[in-house]
Design a protein. Structure first.
Length: 162
C-alpha cells in the first residue's frame, strides 16, 4: 500500500506538489495524468525516498521508504526511469542482475515478457527509444517487485509494447 498525506514539495518559490493526499491499495494499477510540470515525477521520487517532501508524509507498506542504494527487489518498491545497461553492452547484460544475484533464467524470463528475447544479444546503444523503454521495464521487473512505479512507461513504445 502506498499512502501520501498532505504531501508538498517546493523548490525555492516553485511549488511542484501541493497538499496531495491519496491511498493506493495493493493489487491496483494507478496512473498520474497531467501536463508537463504537474508534479507527477516529483511525487514518484518522494514515494521512492529520492526527494524529501517539504511537508507531509508518504509511506509504502506503512513505512517511509529510504533506499540506501538504487535497487529493485521483492520487498522494496521499484522505480524505472532509465535503462540500466551501458550502451556497448548486450541487452541481457544488466548491472542490476549481476549486483543483486539475479539468475540468468530470470533475465531470460523478463526479456521474453517484454518482447526483447530476439534482441537480447544486441548492443543497447543501437536500440530505439521504444526498445530502451522495454529494456528499462525489463530491468524493473527483474527482482519481481511487489510494488512497481513506472515514470512515463509508454513513452516511445509501439502499440504492441504498450
Amino acid at each position: 500500500m502506498i499512502e501520501a498525506h498532505e504531501l508538498t514539495k517546493r523548490y525555492g518559490d516553485t511549488t511542484a506538489v501541493h497538499f496531495l493526499s491519496f491511498t493506493i491499495a495493493p493489487g491496483t494499477v494507478t496512473g498520474f495524468l497531467g501536463p508537463n510540470g504537474a508534479g507527477k515525477s516529483t511525487t514518484m521520487r518522494m514515494i521512492m525516498g529520492l526527494d524529501r517532501p517539504t511537508s507531509g508524509t508518504v509511506t509504502v507498506n506503512s513505512k517511509p521508504y529510504r533506499p540506501t542504494v538504487p535497487r529493485c527487489g521483492r520487498s522494496a518498491p521499484c522505480w524505472r526511469q532509465a535503462p540500466c545497461t551501458p550502451a556497448a553492452a548486450p541487452a541481457r547484460t544488466c548491472s542490476m542482475a549481476a549486483t543483486h544475484n539475479i539468475k540468468a533464467s530470470r533475465v531470460s524470463e523478463v526479456m521474453e515478457m517484454t518482447g526483447l528475447a530476439g534482441v537480447a544479444t544486441k548492443r543497447v546503444g543501437g536500440f530505439s527509444l521504444g526498445m530502451g523503454q522495454r529494456l528499462g521495464i525489463a530491468a524493473a521487473l527483474l527482482g519481481a517487485p511487489r510494488t512497481l512505479i513506472l515514470d512515463e512507461p509508454v513513452n516511445g513504445l509501439d502499440p504492441e509494447g504498450r
